[in-house]
Write a protein of this length. Structure first.
Length: 59
């Protein structure tokens, strides 16, 4: 499964999520070795994380 990384790699201090892709540093490091069901689950979660970061920044 293709990585959601867009080579910005800046992590939010509160959540630990990358502001570009929504993953944590640990999730980024383990992406290539993670089982497919975990990648699917995480991929479904990333848009919610990014929306939460955007809403917090907008408010």
């Amino acid at each position: 499964m293709k990585s959601p990384c867009i080579d910005i790699c800046k992590f939010d201090g509160r959540t630990g999520w990358c502001v570009a892709c929504g993953r944590t540093k640990e999730e980024c490091r383990g992406w290539k070795k993670a089982p497919r069901p975990r990648l699917i689950s995480l991929s479904a979660e990333l848009p919610r994380r990014l929306a939460k970061l955007a809403a917090r920044d907008a408010g």
